[in-house]
Design a protein around this ligand. Structure first.
Ligand code: CO
Ligand code: CO
Ligand code: CO
Length: 319
């Protein structure tokens, strides 16, 4: 959207808009940089407190993806004052605050406007050493790709709107969406990895493509190794696919090649827009076991990084 507009450059700008990374990074001193990010959206679950938790975990995630430590946050709220009880907003803010507390992040303030559609999110600031920033651009040929949360939150949210989602699936989806990427981020920073991004609206393959593009590498992803949330296969086979999936596919169609054995529903899962998804980490083969051990048992190897991207870049799917 800002393409062609006169952006402001600075020698202290370490990661900016042109880098298309998870968050912006600005150097304050030789050993301190700030990471800044903002995310807000309309409710994806009915319970306001849960929505607040998810929105906060999601907003914090971009700082974790950059390898940083979030320190402060500000609320951003759009609320229909005339039509909705203010207690709903209180519950949302309580959910957000509880996640900030868990992340040891201080809420500094925020801003709210009267709007016909409810929206909530946060602007988060983190800190990092300028030489330790984890971008999407460092993946090396031969690296192993690790994913830290299962896929399918978009499919389950869509099914839930049509009252077709199982309780088990909804509970699992909420559990992961409210789980901070803190532990995985700290694990990767202690191990030392080459690249990272978090899986959100563009789906696993959309974000993998960004990493492949920025790192100038290819990737091979093995679908059979990817953990899925309960009921996701069934919902995808039923075609209960969020609209965002088609946009994600369309956008990256020339970068992705699916193995002939890949069914259509598989590609729908791989492009399913995630909310507060896991981290996708590119790590050298020597360090992968240590990373998996430190990330906890949810993290799994889903593929590898290749040197020769076919047709510019190439993410393959093998089943
Ligand atoms: Co991100
Ligand atoms: Co974001
Ligand atoms: Co204000």
């Amino acid at each position: 959207m800002l393409c062609g507009l006169p952006l402001i450059s600075s020698p202290n700008l370490l990661v900016g808009l042109e880098d298309a990374d998870d968050a912006g990074v600005y150097k304050l001193t030789d050993d301190l940089a700030i990471i800044q990010t903002l995310d807000f959206f309309t409710p994806i679950v009915d319970d306001p407190y849960t929505f607040g938790q998810i929105a906060a975990a999601n907003a914090l995630s971009d700082v974790y993806a950059m390898g940083g430590k979030p320190i402060t946050a500000m609320n951003i709220v759009c609320f229909p004052v005339e039509t909705m009880d203010i207690s709903v907003l209180r519950e949302i803010l309580k959910g957000g605050l509880d996640k900030l507390h868990e992340a040891e992040v201080v809420l500094l303030g925020g801003h709210s406007v009267d709007d016909s559609e409810l929206k909530y999110g946060l602007s988060v600031t983190g800190v990092i050493h300028p030489q330790k920033i984890m971008t999407k651009g460092g993946a090396q040929a031969g690296d192993i790709l690790v994913l830290t949360k299962p896929l399918g939150t978009g499919l389950i949210s869509t099914a839930q709107k049509g009252e077709l989602a199982d309780e088990e699936a909804v509970n699992a989806s909420v559990k992961y969406m409210t789980t901070l990427n803190k532990e995985a981020s700290e694990a990767m920073m202690s191990v030392g990895v080459n690249a990272c991004t978090d899986i959100t609206g563009f789906g696993l393959l959309g974000h993998a493509c960004e990493m492949a593009e920025n790192s100038k590498v290819g990737m091979e992803i093995d679908f059979s190794s990817i953990p899925l949330l309960p009921q996701v296969e069934e919902l995808a086979k039923m075609g209960l696919v969020p609209a965002g999936t088609y946009r994600n596919k369309e956008f990256r169609s020339d970068m992705v090649e699916f193995a002939p054995t890949c069914a259509e529903w598989v590609s729908d899962v791989l492009f399913d827009p995630q909310t507060s998804g896991g981290l996708l980490i590119s790590v050298s083969p020597e360090k992968v076991d240590e990373l998996l051990a430190k990330c906890g048992r949810e993290a799994v190897v889903i593929g590898r990084v290749t040197s020769e991207p076919k047709a510019g870049n190439n993410a393959q799917c093998k089943t």
